[in-house]
Design a protein around this ligand. Structure first.
Ligand SMILES: [Zn+2]
Length: 771
């Protein structure tokens, strides 16, 4: 398709003209097979989104053929552009107080006089529209169409950058195209075109295709290939072919197997295989030829961004600033802090060569950034006025795991955030440790709908170099194993003494006494996503909690049969689009999947596999009743998961349902965990409970040596199927000393280890097999 030549009074580039101060005229052609809709829209550039200030005038049917070079000649011959240019000129000359009224009246006159080009088409009834119109982008149709895929990816990256932010530009454009569809149809109808021909009209289909491309930018991980593919084909299609198109589509759809997703293995039968399938089939993960490293596909990264967006906002409220430190740790830092890095040494990746020559001083790739950051902190902190220092970085770290790696849960490189802070006072630092712990708990509970146990690590499990480590611990019901969710460490003065992070003691009258800063470090990783998959996923695939789902709602038009009238089809498409827009504008991440190359059943499975929390089904019958069907992904029984809503209150009902889904998912996970978290007072019950996939709350003295004994005993008493990779039996380790008193009921004073002499135990400690 070629572009319209610049009409008089228009700039060629954008087909817009600055008319009066703050008022802009935008012309757009929706070209195409039978009718060329030539629209002139006024916008006020200072309030582009104020739809009440938009006036649309003039719909001129031009020619029953795709817009071509011949059309341009046709326009020139028949004065279409001249008509508008004249109007613009008049506007510019007269500068009417109310340009909208002026244009409306002019349009009305034009319509009466048969203005514009009319040859084969019936007489136009250019009517000033009373209702507000969506914003028009100053871009000719042809150009916009060619750009469609790009618009997509831009929109996607925008959505990614700001998960909760709306996509105003895209929405406005969607609104524009949606309006154009309705107007085009009205127009065709008034022109006496039969409803069948209207819906066979390639114009309509083209516009729908454009909408698809735009919509896909609303948060879809799936490519919007359908739109760009369909558009040129339909545009070029001869009339006969276009007429047949809808039927062909239906037949093709009907012939396709109703798949689109589906797992080959049940979660209960083989968790590792199930997990491997879920993450591949739901398009979260792609394999990569470096062992233990995986590609996070957009569908996964969107989840990470949601988590990141929320947490980043929360830590900023606490005064934490983001920064970035180099990924390479120099040898001099490693030497400085032997104990801390020694713990990471077996997993430390070193750069020892550049090209084929050895480098003089090998550098490590950060497994964590304490050493890198604290050397800098030392320079930054001179007086107590320089404190607190609160830094965080979002980055990846490398720990060259020798154990079996599992995407998200245990990988050699992983994404995380690491917060590092330094305080003048211990109390301030300790308060922060708990605040951060609570944020981590909320990531799991409020975003991922996964319950956690908040607690403190035993000595044996404390982070190397920390005074103490606080943790949130998750439970995976399918395997009966625990998994550490995130940790917040109080480092005391251990690192500040090593890295000389000191300040003058303000209380000292001589001003000479130096104090060491009190420090914390805290981190949360992409493991969050793995835990969420493990806890919520089911035999149909991924189940995403609404607050982090890349797409929260998918709308699937249903009930279109070979016998459906074109009117029914058109109405359904329009209503689906309206609701898509309404939900998008309400801030929800929505996908309208009206790609008829796949059957509705295929699409159901596809989005279920990908875990989209809520599906809206809309069919002709629903429209008649003013209703829609909602299907909740989190409910296993398809019938029980369905409910009916009223179209009039769609947005409110969808929002409420998403909240309900979150609560239900959380409650379900909690209910599954509750009977698996048992108090055990004597050793004889320890392994039997553990071997049934439970976590045990036991009286424990807290000593590392004693813990080692327990670990070994549980390893010996493990059942045959409790093997980790390599045929080794897995023992239980301590997970945490829970903070909440409800986990500490009737705690015996004797340590659970029969050989342990300790009889002054105060707290139950959570033990379990863990990832
Ligand atoms: Zn003990």
């Amino acid at each position: 398709m070629s572009e319209l030549p610049p009409a008089r009074g228009f700039s060629a580039g954008n087909f817009g003209l600055k008319l009066l101060r703050g008022v802009r005229v935008v012309v757009r052609t929706i070209s195409i097979r039978r009718v060329t809709v030539f629209r002139l829209t006024l916008t006020r550039s200072f309030s582009k989104m104020d739809l009440s200030h938009l006036v649309t005038i003039g719909l001129w049917p031009a020619k029953r053929a795709p817009l071509s070079g011949a059309d341009l000649d046709y326009f020139a011959q028949h004065g279409v552009d001249k008509t508008i240019a004249d109007l613009i000129e008049q506007l510019a000359k007269q500068k009417p107080a109310d340009p909208y009224k002026f244009i409306a009246e002019a349009a009305s006159k034009l319509a009466k006089s048969g203005g514009g080009a009319q040859e084969t088409a019936p007489k136009a009834e250019a009517k000033p529209k009373a209702e507000p119109k969506a914003e028009v982008k100053a871009e000719p149709k042809a150009k916009a169409e060619a750009k469609a895929p790009k618009v997509d990816s831009r929109a996607e990256s925008r959505a990614a950058a700001a998960p909760s932010a709306g996509n105003g530009e895209n929405d406005a454009r969607i609104g524009e195209v949606g309006t154009a569809i309705r107007e085009l149809k009205e127009k065709l109808k008034k022109d006496g075109v039969s409803s069948k021909d209207i819906n066979d009209n390639a114009d309509v289909k083209n516009l729908v295709a454009e909408l698809q491309a735009l919509k896909a930018g609303g948060g879809s991980g799936a490519p919007a290939a359908a739109a760009p593919k369909a558009a040129p084909k339909d545009t070029a299609a001869p009339k006969e072919k276009a007429k047949k198109a809808p039927k062909t589509t239906e037949v093709v759809a009907a012939k396709q197997p109703a798949k689109g997703g589906g797992m080959d293995v049940k979660k209960a039968d083989d968790v590792p295989e199930w997990y491997a399938q879920v993450i591949m089939k739901s398009e979260l993960i792609e394999q990569y030829p470096v062992k233990g490293c995986f590609i996070l596909r957009p569908w996964a990264y969107k989840i990470w961004e949601s988590i990141q967006g929320w947490l980043d906002c929360e830590i900023k409220k606490m005064g934490v600033d983001n920064c970035y430190f180099p990924m390479f740790i120099p040898k001099c830092y490693m030497d400085k802090e032997s104990e801390h890095l020694a713990d990471f040494a077996p997993e430390l990746a070193m750069v020892t060569k550049i090209g084929d020559r050895d480098i003089d001083e090998p550098v490590a790739i950060r497994p964590t950034s304490e050493t890198a950051m604290y050397a800098a902190f030392s320079n930054w902190v001179q007086s107590h006025r320089d404190l607190p220092v609160k830094c965080n970085q979002w980055c990846s770290v490398v720990r060259w795991e020798v154990k079996q790696t599992t995407p998200f849960l245990r990988t050699r490189e992983f994404l995380w955030q690491e917060g590092h802070t330094a305080y003048a006072d211990k109390a301030g630092a300790e308060k922060e440790v708990l605040q951060i712990l609570e944020l981590y708990a909320r990531v799991y509970e409020d975003l991922l709908a996964v319950p956690v146990v908040r607690g403190t690590k035993t000595k044996a499990e404390t982070f190397p170099g920390a005074d103490y480590t606080m943790t949130v611990e998750n439970f995976i019901p399918a395997t009966g194993r625990a998994i550490q969710g995130a940790t917040s460490h109080h480092l005391g003065q251990n690192f500040s003494k090593m890295f000389d992070i000191t300040f003058q003691d303000p209380a000292d009258p001589t001003g000479k006494k130096m104090e060491f800063a009190f420090q914390n470090s805290w981190g949360m990783t992409q493991r969050t996503i793995g835990v969420m998959i493990m806890v919520h996923g089911d035999d149909r695939g991924l189940v995403l909690p609404p607050r982090i789902a890349g797409i929260q709602v998918v709308i699937v038009p249903v009930g279109i049969k070979a016998s459906s009238t074109d009117e029914e089809k058109a109405e359904l498409a329009t209503v689906c689009m309206e609701h898509y827009m309404a939900l998008s504008q309400a801030g929800l991440r929505v996908k309208l999947d009206d790609d008829t190359t796949n059957s509705p059943g295929w699409r159901f499975n596809h989005w279920e596999m990908k875990g989209v929390p809520l599906r809206i089904e809309l069919g002709p019958m629903d429209l008649k009743k003013g209703e829609f069907v909602m299907a909740k992904r989190n409910v296993v029984d398809p019938k029980a998961g369905k409910s009916t809503g009223k179209l009039a209150t769609l947005v409110a009902e969808v929002k409420q349902t998403l909240e309900d889904i979150h609560s239900e998912m959380y409650q379900k996970a909690l209910d599954e965990r509750a009977p698996r978290l048992v108090s055990v007072d004597e050793w004889k019950d320890f392994s039997p409970q553990l071997n049934q996939g439970r976590l045990v709350l036991v009286p424990f003295c807290g000593e590392p040596d004693c813990e080692e004994v327990i670990k070994n005993m549980t390893k010996e008493e493990a059942q045959g199927d409790e093997e980790v990779e390599g045929g080794l039996r897995m023992g239980a380790k301590s997970l945490c000393v829970p903070h909440e008193e409800k986990y500490n009921l009737k705690c015996p004073t004797k340590c659970i280890n029969p050989a342990c002499k300790c009889t002054t135990v105060k707290k139950r400690v959570l033990f379990g097999r863990s990832y």
